[in-house]
Design a protein around this ligand. Structure first.
Ligand code: AMP
Length: 420
């Protein structure tokens, strides 16, 4: 293995592509910031217990994919595999739910870690932007989150995504359904592992991607037919609110998610250009999670959108984001005196908010102009001894190739005017 190789299942974000990632994070965060969500940051690791209890002991995430380790002090920690449990833990620790302003609405952005089999769109280190609304049971809140995710994707120009929607019931109706599904699964021709899963977490079997399993599930009982009246009414209200907002979705009665804590509203955003790793985001209501991790009853709802896969979705749709130029002006000094003067001008330009860069390392005109070109700058300012003797610099429009002499004292004002 080369010393310069990133660990398996990870990759580095490098310029210029990294600018796309920042823009995607920003585009997902913007609708949240605009809707009363406050920014939260939690540690990259937590006590392993939090995820075991919060995400679920029977999930792949906890049993197979968690980076768990023991510290020198003997504490068992895990790199966070997802955001919700940490955010809820932090909110409970700070008593945000007692401040009398429910729901507590939070958004976050960061790195997550899962020991998965890497493939395109599936990494061991990935990025999510997420949102959680803690402490309120209101179909409008579920609808709000779905609408905001839709808005985020649309603001990026994405079109080929679909929203899948389902209800997982609550602690009244889900156990009845669970028993019925278990009964059905016991009668199927399944391998030992899957039968075991059917006993621990039968809903997850519905999510099995293998054809041999899927083809036996045609007659599986559906949760839809077991929902209690309260869950049915709640789900209907969510559907109506999203529809009224002009957001289209598909009912997917078999949609379950990889985490144990979901109740009622469950949704996933899938993109049709991504092959097998098609989920670009997902979320739902998790009314029981707070109690599962030792807190009070706090019905909540949230989602997390994958930044890596959203970038892949942009590529799949051939969308080029309009990113602001990294550098607008590039300064090319020829000689010592010009170096001092232009360095000062670059500093001035930066102070007034113009993105400017400088040819470092005492290059000659040819090499420096090559750098100016590569920087993508719209303008180059070039100055040599003769220019300075006349009190001017050459301002070159890198698009048209036009060049004009301008007074040294007019550089900043002229570029401000030209760059609008
Ligand atoms: P989940 O918590 O599994 O529903 O994940 C939410 C979103 O995070 C998914 O829809 C993906 O976009 C993204 N995601 C989850 N796991 C990975 C991974 N291993 N690699 C890249 N993105 C991921």
């Amino acid at each position: 293995m080369s010393t310069f190789q990133a660990p398996k299942g990870t990759y580095d974000l490098l310029p210029p592509d990294s600018a796309k990632f920042l823009a995607v994070r920003e585009a997902i965060a913007a609708p949240l910031r605009n809707s009363g969500y406050g920014y939260i940051e939690t540690p990259g690791f937590e006590n392993v217990e939090l995820f075991a209890r919060g995400v679920g002991e029977s999930t792949d995430i906890v049993t197979k994919e968690m980076y768990a380790f023991e510290t020198k002090g003997g504490t068992k920690l895990a790199l966070r595999p997802e955001g919700t449990a940490s955010v809820l833990r932090a909110a409970l620790e700070a008593n945000l739910h007692k401040a009398g302003n429910l729901p507590v609405k939070l958004w976050y952005s960061g790195s997550y870690y899962r020991y998965e089999r890497p493939q395109k769109g599936r990494y061991r280190h990935f990025s999510q932007v997420g949102a959680e609304a803690i402490g309120a049971e209101d179909p409008a809140l579920d609808a709000e989150l779905i609408i905001l995710a839709d808005q985020a994707y649309r603001s990026l120009g994405l079109r080929n995504f679909r929203i899948l929607l389902n209800s997982l019931g609550d602690k009244e109706c889900r156990p009845v359904y669970r028993a019925a599904l278990q009964e059905f699964l016991r009668g199927l021709d399944l391998d030992e592992d899957t039968l075991r899963r059917a006993e621990i977490n039968p809903l997850r079997v519905l999510d099995d991607k293998r054809e041999s399993v899927q083809k036996q599930l045609g007659d599986a009982p559906l949760l839809r037919d077991y929902l209690c009246d309260a869950c049915k009414a709640y789900h209907e209200e969510v559907r109506e609110l999203i529809t009224a907002a002009g957001v289209s979705f598909e009912d997917d009665p078999k949609l379950v998610r990889g985490l144990d804590y979901y109740t009622r509203t469950t949704f996933e955003f899938v993109h049709d250009g991504l092959g097998s790793q098609s989920a670009v985001g997902g979320g739902g209501r998790y009314d029981g999670l707070s109690e599962m991790i030792g807190g009070p009853a706090l019905p909540s709802v949230g989602w997390a959108l994958g930044v890596d896969r959203t970038v892949l979705a942009l590529e799949a749709e051939g969308i080029e984001l309009e990113l602001p130029a990294a550098t607008s002006v590039f300064a090319v000094p020829l000689g010592e005196e010009a170096r001092r003067l232009l360095f000062a001008k670059v500093t001035e330009l930066r102070k007034v908010g113009i993105a400017a860069d400088f040819s470092y390392g005492g290059k000659g005109l040819k090499g420096a102009m090559k750098n100016a070109n590569r920087s993508g700058a719209r303008y180059a300012i070039v100055a040599g001894e003769r220019d300075l003797a006349e009190g001017v610099v050459q301002l070159k429009d890198m698009e048209s190739g036009e060049q004009a002499a301008i007074g040294v004292n007019e550089i900043v004002a002229e570029l401000e005017a030209r760059l609008g």
